[in-house]
Design a protein around this ligand. Structure first.
Ligand SMILES: *[C@@H]1O[C@H](CO)[C@@H](O)[C@H](O)[C@H]1NC(C)=O
Ligand SMILES: *[C@@H]1O[C@H](CO)[C@@H](O)[C@H](O)[C@H]1NC(C)=O
Ligand SMILES: *[C@@H]1O[C@H](CO)[C@@H](O)[C@H](O)[C@H]1NC(C)=O
Ligand SMILES: *[C@@H]1O[C@H](CO)[C@@H](O)[C@H](O)[C@H]1NC(C)=O
Ligand SMILES: *[C@@H]1O[C@H](CO)[C@@H](O)[C@H](O)[C@H]1NC(C)=O
Ligand SMILES: *[C@@H]1O[C@H](CO)[C@@H](O)[C@H](O)[C@H]1NC(C)=O
Length: 892
């Protein structure tokens, strides 16, 4: 039954990943397309800790054994550097404990927090003995007061953990021991003793911490509520029964004023409660159950605060990521009113978590101290009654889940793993507030999405990192309007918008980017937050994508059409670049749309390819882009480029004849171009010829991407054949070879040619029969085949082919250890050496157990046993199964 459920579940995963809703970035910018600032130093890696200081105008970076101070305005400017390496003794200890010298036993700076105006608090893994220190900002040097970093920083540099500094106290979620097996959420404060979680699986069960931050509720609260620190992590669920470990995303919170209990929960949190974070698609019953990062978008009133998280599924191969948003009011509601869960024992040893339906003690367990408590003389957690404390100790988990806003993900994307998220709330020119979500992926990409009322639109995808590596950290500076991404190889600074990449008003509007507006005076797509651009008079911004707001531009005139002249039978490429992934390309020929039924055309993302141009192909070609304009509720179409294609009748020169018969296509380079075309069309000249593509074996088939061999005068009609090729196959730079480089066999198959299929089938069938016959002859195949062979060849046994029998015999052989033992007997501890040898044998990759699967010569041929000299191999005749033992075996 269990497997049936799993099957349905997996089927569902497949269903969701192929047909589920997902959002696609409108445009994709490559690393070299955009202007980014990068920082890295040779020999230094793991730039994974970032800290922005808006006051000091600095970006502090914690890397492996180094801390940098970079300019916030331009990260390529390094202002300071401090080094923090591991001394010899801790290094030796670390190596002795079995950790690697080059990786684990170094000092990975993982905590960077502002302590006061002059100092940063810094912690590093320090060769699996975490240490913390104070970094003076005046001379950028470490104080050398190595403090114990246990509970503040992880031991293992690859283990997930989180910290946040609140009013000089360091809150962290990490592991407390070398093995990383004791999770802890703790507060380190200079004035008080460490406050921490109970070590129990009902508090924390193999958590992987992703984020922690403070939400200030105290400031203007009438009921004297406390500030709260929220933790986000994924842990192994206790409340669900599953085949293996089922992961659950959680939000936990503690109160800032918590001092622990007097007797119960001494030096432990009295306010630790946790709840399930839900990020799922209810209609598909699909759950995103791993949270990777969280961003708390704070507002002046905490009730307006929104929590954003990035999620994937535990079954990562589904390839879906989701962003869910949570309303802070709802989160608070769950913690202050939610039902508790409790452990119940069913059927003796089996425990189950069920809802607690009894009476909860008062004050409410896990609640912060507020004015009401103070009236009852409970001025701090120290005065909480034991009943309340004992209850919260046993019931840290709430039953009520935290549901996402709208009960569904904000958006879902396919084929990406989001690792980081930051959100900026901005006011666009229409006066409305928009949340702009920036997400980083494990491949170094950045997605920028805008939340509209009805939908979420991914404006851009930017390749932030040169190499495909994980974005480990992502920060946003509201002052510089920049994003800072940390990765293993460096730090990258990126602007939050790329308005100047949109060259026309149409593009600027269709981008639907709230940062961008079209300035009709300068005819530039400008960033409305640029300091040099604070006057927004006449600027056009329509986040609905209403292109009609743009000043009308005249369509292409006859002079704008490029003239392309080609020789008959050669091919022509008409370039047309469409940046938008949401747009559809449409080609018109003499005013009518080119469709699948048109002959010998390829419509790709970079243009139109016409094979074997014939006289009827002459005429006017237009490239149109169709893009959905949500405001107008219609497709917005515009012409991007136009061409006049004419044929040039070639002079009858011998050279020409040779060229057109040996190559199937000519390039645009040999075509005459008008001067206007020369500038744009240059990149498309000099196509490689098709000399490398072999002709298909069957002359009746017409391979894709090539025109049938034709002579100059081949103006005969060719089979109707239009192929829409995958845009991916055509490189963006049209200098690269066209898809002829594809495996011709694959194309041959694609062509759906029944002759070819039949031929291949026959070939495989013959190969199969040959293999079968050979294996039968060699006696690799069992009974029925052996009978057949015996019938055909007579019962002669080939003594040189004993593998099968020998192997069968080996199955019942003595253990090999004893065989080896015979040869090693003289030494006293021969048994041990033999076993060691055996282990050594195993280590070299030889399996010493009898193994028949590979038809390999059995392992005991290693043994130099003289008693078996007469027989070429050890054949245990008695033990051989009758059907395999040949009666006339000469050795039996
Ligand atoms: C540190 O960076 C190196 C080099 O990129 C990488 O191989 C390693 O996994 C990183 N280690 C951690 C703990 O991130
Ligand atoms: C959160 O929910 C509360 C109550 O339903 C509502 O008043 C508030 O506007 C919501 N906040 C956001 C950001 O959605
Ligand atoms: C609180 O304590 C004060 C003095 O210690 C006492 O007078 C008062 O009755 C107490 N109130 C309650 C509700 O226990
Ligand atoms: C996402 O992560 C999973 C698990 O780490 C991996 O198997 C998958 O290939 C990744 N997918 C993408 C698109 O990076
Ligand atoms: C397309 O138009 C051109 C003139 O613009 C004309 O010469 C040609 O014959 C037309 N082709 C077709 C197939 O209608
Ligand atoms: C817009 O164009 C797409 C693709 O051609 C088409 O599927 C869709 O029906 C069109 N919508 C409208 C309203 O014309």
């Amino acid at each position: 039954m269990g497997f049936g459920v799993l099957g349905v579940f997996l089927g569902l995963l497949l269903e969701v990943s192929t047909h589920g809703p997902h959002t696609v970035p409108r445009v994709s910018w490559k690393h070299q397309d955009v202007d980014l600032m990068e920082f890295s130093e040779p020999g230094i890696f793991n730039y994974s800790t970032l800290l922005l200081s808006e006051e000091r105008d600095a970006l502090y970076v914690g890397a492996r054994e180094a801390i940098f101070e970079l300019s916030k305005k331009n990260v390529t400017v390094k202002n300071n550097k401090a080094q923090w390496t591991v001394a010899e003794i801790p290094m030796t200890m670390c190596i002795l404990k079995g950790k690697s010298k080059e990786k684990d036993c170094l000092n990975y700076i993982r905590v960077l927090q502002v302590l006061d105006d002059e100092r940063l608090y810094v912690c590093g893994t320090h060769a699996f003995q975490p240490q913390c220190d104070y970094l003076s900002l005046s001379d950028f040097s470490l104080a050398g007061r190595a403090e114990d970093g246990r509970g503040k920083c992880s031991f293992d540099p690859s283990q997930s953990f989180t910290t946040v500094m609140v009013d000089g106290e360091l809150y962290s979620g990490t592991a407390y021991n070398f093995l990383g097996s004791e999770p802890i959420i703790s507060r380190y404060s200079p004035s008080q003793s460490l406050l921490r979680t109970e070590y129990s699986t009902s508090w924390l069960n193999e958590p992987s911490f992703v984020f922690a931050d403070v939400v200030r509720e105290g400031a203007n609260s009438a009921d004297g509520e406390d500030d709260k620190i929220y933790y986000f992590f994924t842990e192994v669920s206790v409340e669900y029964e599953f085949f293996g470990k089922l992961l659950i995303p959680r939000v936990a919170r503690v109160c800032k004023g918590d001092l622990g209990g007097q007797r119960t929960l001494q030096k432990k949190w009295t306010s630790f409660l946790k709840a399930k974070l839900v990020c799922s698609m209810p209609e598909l019953n699909f759950v995103f159950n791993v949270v990777h990062d969280v961003f708390i978008l704070k507002a002046a009133d905490w009730r307006e605060t929104v929590i954003y998280g990035v999620f994937t599924s535990q079954w990562g191969n589904v390839g879906l990521s989701a962003v869910c948003a949570y309303n802070m009011t709802m989160v608070e509601e769950v913690f202050s009113k939610g039902k508790y869960m409790q452990k119940a024992t069913v059927e003796q040893s089996h425990t189950k978590w069920v809802r607690y339906n009894g009476i909860t003690p008062s004050p409410r367990p896990g609640a912060c101290i507020n004015n009401l408590n103070r009236q009852h003389n409970i001025s701090s957690s120290l005065y909480l009654p034991d009943k309340t404390l004992q209850f919260v100790k046993d019931h840290p988990l709430l039953e009520d889940p935290v549901l996402p806003i709208g009960n569904r993900p904000r958006f879902i994307t396919k084929d990406v793993n989001y690792t980081q998220i930051v959100v900026e709330r901005i006011r666009a020119l229409d006066g409305n507030i928009y949340d702009v979500i920036f997400t980083g992926t494990d491949k170094g990409l950045l997605h920028k999405a805008v939340v509209f009322k009805e939908d979420v639109h991914i404006v851009e995808e930017i390749q932030l990192l040169k190499n495909s590596e994980t974005i480990k950290n992502l920060l946003l500076s509201l002052q510089t309007k920049s994003l800072y991404a940390g990765s293993d190889s460096g730090v990258v600074q990126s602007p939050t918008a790329f308005c100047d990449k949109y060259l026309s008003c149409d593009e600027c509007i269709l981008a639907r980017d709230p940062y961008c507006a079209w300035d009709p005076h300068t005819t530039v797509c400008v960033n409305i937050f640029d300091t040099s651009n604070q006057e927004h008079r006449d600027q056009i911004q329509s986040l609905d994508g209403d292109v009609d707001k743009c000043p009308s531009v005249p369509g292409l005139s006859a002079q704008d059409y490029q003239r392309v002249t080609v020789k008959p039978g050669s091919s022509a490429e008409l370039p047309c670049l469409v940046h938008s992934n949401l747009a559809q390309v449409m080609w018109k020929f003499n005013g009518s749309t080119l469709t699948e039924a048109s002959r010998f055309h390829l419509i790709g993302e970079t243009g139109l390819l016409i094979y074997s141009v014939a006289p009827e192909d002459q005429g006017q070609y237009e490239c149109w882009s169709l893009e959905w304009a949500p405001a107008a509720g219609k497709n917005f179409s515009r012409q991007l480029v136009g061409y006049f294609l004419t044929l040039k009748l070639p002079p009858r020169l011998p050279y020409q004849a040779v060229q057109t018969t040996t190559t199937l296509r000519t390039s645009l380079g040999t075509q005459e171009m008008t001067s206007s075309q020369a500038s744009e069309g240059n990149g498309n000249t000099a196509r490689p010829q098709l000399t490398s593509a072999p002709a298909p074996p069957s002359s009746s088939s017409t391979p894709l991407f090539t025109s049938p061999p034709q002579t100059d005068s081949s103006l005969t009609s060719t089979p109707s054949n239009t192929i829409r090729y995958q845009p991916k196959h055509l490189p963006p730079s049209s200098n690269a070879p066209l898809p002829e480089t594809k495996d011709p066999a694959a194309e041959y198959l694609q062509h759906n040619n029944s002759t070819a299929l039949l031929f291949l089938f026959l070939l495989f069938f013959l190969l199969f029969m040959a293999a079968l016959a050979y294996n039968c002859y060699m006696q690799y195949l069992p009974a029925p085949c052996l009978k057949l062979r015996a019938a055909l060849l007579g019962n002669k046994k080939n003594p040189n082919q004993p593998e099968y029998q020998a192997c069968e015999a080996g199955l019942i052989e003595m253990p090999v250890t004893e065989k080896l033992d015979l040869t090693e007997r003289p030494t006293q501890n021969g048994k041990h050496t033999a076993q060691n040898q055996l282990r050594a044998l195993r280590d070299t990759g030889y399996e010493t157990e009898p193994e028949c699967s590979n038809g390999r010569i059995p392992s005991h041929s290693f043994g130099d046993d003289s008693s078996s000299k007469e027989k070429p191999f050890d054949i245990d005749c008695e033990s051989q199964p009758i059907e395999f033992a040949d009666a006339d075996d000469p050795y039996c």
